[in-house]
Design a protein around this ligand. Structure first.
Ligand SMILES: Nc1nc2c(ncn2[C@@H]2O[C@H](COP(=O)(O)OP(=O)(O)OP(=O)(O)O)[C@@H](O)[C@H]2O)c(=O)[nH]1
Ligand SMILES: [Mg+2]
Ligand SMILES: [Zn+2]
Length: 371
C-alpha cells in the first residue's frame, strides 16, 4: 500500500529521518546529538511516559522514564507511539523529568477529525507508527454498528495501517452476519469469546484461554497494534487475556443505556512479552473521517485502484455516476458468473466506505442474530 507522508501536524515540530546510529557526515551537527531514543507509551497532562530503547539507562532497568516537551519542540502534537529523542535526566528515578527534544519521522499516523464544535472537520493525530488497527466490535451488548466499523476501515487505509476486525462476545450472538458484511472487502477477521473466569479476573489478568484469543495473539505478535471501538466492547478485557501483565481495568455495560462506562480514560501502550506493542484506547462514540478522500480509501484496495485509473477525471466512484470504470469492471461479460458476482459485491462494499455514504444509516443486519 502506498504510504503517504505522515509528518507531524505542526511544521514547528522538527521531524528527522530515522538514522539508526549512523552519524551525519556534515560538519553541521544536529542539535542534541546525545539524545536517547524511546517510544511514548502514555500521556498524562503534559507528562510523557516513555520507554527507552535501551532499558539499562534507567536505574530500575525497565527503561521507563517521564519527560516534558522542550520548548523548542513547539506546539505540534506528540502522540502515543511516537519515537522521540530525550535528553537530561533519563534515570527514571521518582520525581525526575527528562526533556523531549525531537520527534522521529512517523511511519504511519492514525488520525480522526472532530465532528462538532469549533474544531469540526479539523484532523487530529491519535497514534503514530502502529501497523495494525484492531477494530473491536461486540456482536451484542453493545449492539454492533457497522458504520463505525466502516469509519475505522477508512481511517486505517488513510493511516497506511492494516485493519483487523475482532468480533467479541461471540457467546452472545452469531458473528456470521457481520463477518459476511466484511468478507467481500477482504478484511481479516477473528471472532472471540472469553470465558467468564477470564473476564472476571479483571485487571489481575488470567492467561486462561478463550475462543479466538490465540488467533488474535498470532496476528499482533511482534507488531504495534491499536485496539479501537465503542466503550464496553471488551478491548481491555481482551488485552488482559492477551497480556496478563497489562493489568487493564475493565468495566460493565450499563443495562439501561446498553453502553460501556468509558472505563479506560487514556491511551496506553503495553509491551507484548515476545516483542511488539498493543495500544489500548478509550471507547469513543464516533470516529470522524471527514478528512479522508475517496482516493485515500482506494489506496487500501490496489486492485480496485487500478481499475479506477480508467475513470473519468474527478470521478467520485459513487453508485450511479456516469462512466465509473468500477461499474464496467463489475459487469464484465468475459468472466464467470461467480467472479462477476464477487466483483459486484466488492464494488458495492467499497462504495459503502467512500466518504459521503458514511453519513448514511447503519445497514440493517438480518434480524434474529441474537442467541
Ligand atoms: N459475554 C461476554 N462479555 C465480555 C466478553 N469480553 C468482554 N466482556 C465484558 O464486556 C464488558 C466491558 O469490557 P471492557 O474490556 O471494560 O470494555 P472496553 O472496550 O475496554 O471499554 P472502555 O474502556 O469503556 O472503552 C465487561 O463486563 C466484560 O466482562 C466476552 O467475550 N463475552
Ligand atoms: Mg477499556
Ligand atoms: Zn469511478
Amino acid at each position: 500500500m502506498a504510504r503517504r507522508d505522515t509528518g507531524t501536524d505542526d511544521p514547528r515540530v522538527r521531524v528527522r529521518p530515522n538514522r539508526r546510529g549512523s552519524r551525519p557526515r556534515t560538519k553541521q551537527r544536529p542539535a542534541h546529538e546525545d539524545a536517547v531514543i524511546g517510544m511514548v507509551t502514555r500521556i498524562d497532562r503534559g507528562h510523557y511516559r516513555i520507554r527507552l530503547e535501551d532499558p539499562s539507562l534507567t536505574e530500575d532497568g525497565t527503561g521507563d522514564i517521564t519527560a516534558m516537551k522542550a520548548r523548542e519542540l513547539g506546539r505540534g502534537k506528540v502522540v502515543v507511539g511516537d519515537r522521540v529523542g530525550v535528553v537530561g535526566d533519563v534515570s527514571g528515578r521518582k520525581d525526575t523529568l527528562a526533556r523531549m527534544v525531537r520527534v522521529e519521522e512517523r511511519r504511519t499516523l492514525l488520525r480522526r477529525s472532530a465532528e462538532d464544535g469549533d474544531a469540526a472537520g479539523t484532523e487530529r493525530p491519535v497514534v503514530a507508527n502502529a501497523e495494525l488497527l484492531v477494530i473491536v466490535t461486540a456482536v451484542a451488548d453493545p449492539e454492533p454498528r457497522p458504520r463505525m466499523i466502516d469509519r475505522y476501515l477508512v481511517a486505517a487505509y488513510d493511516a497506511g495501517m492494516e485493519p483487523l476486525l475482532v468480533l467479541t462476545k461471540s457467546d452472545l450472538a452469531d458473528a456470521g452476519p457481520l463477518l459476511a458484511l466484511y468478507e467481500p472487502l477482504g478484511v481479516a477477521s477473528v471472532a472471540t469469546h472469553l470465558e467468564r473466569a477470564v473476564r472476571e479476573a479483571g485487571p489481575d489478568g488470567a492467561a486462561a484461554a478463550g475462543t479466538g484469543v490465540d488467533a488474535v495473539r498470532e496476528r499482533i505478535a511482534g507488531r504495534t497494534s491499536v485496539f479501537v471501538g465503542h466503550s464496553g466492547v471488551g478491548k481491555s478485557t481482551l488485552i488482559n487475556a492477551l497480556v496478563p501483565e497489562a493489568h487493564r481495568v475493565t468495566g460493565h455495560v450499563n443495562e439501561v443505556t446498553g453502553r460501556g462506562r468509558h472505563t479506560s480514560t487514556s491511551l496506553q501502550a503495553v509491551a507484548l512479552p515476545g516483542g511488539g506493542w498493543v495500544i489500548d484506547t478509550p471507547g469513543v462514540r464516533s470516529f470522524g473521517v471527514a478528512h479522508v478522500s475517496s482516493a485515500d480509501v482506494l489506496r487500501g484496495f490496489p486492485d480496485l485502484a487500478e481499475v479506477a485509473e480508467d475513470c473519468p477525471r474527478g470521478c467520485t466512484h459513487d453508485e450511479g455516476v456516469i462512466d465509473c470504470a468500477l461499474d464496467e469492471w463489475a459487469a464484465a461479460t468475459d468472466v464467470d458468473d461467480a467472479v462477476r458476482e464477487q466483483r459486484g459485491s466488492r464494488v458495492a462494499s467499497l462504495r459503502r466506505l467512500l466518504a459521503p455514504s458514511l453519513e448514511a444509516e447503519d445497514p440493517t443486519l438480518p434480524s434474529g442474530h441474537h442467541r
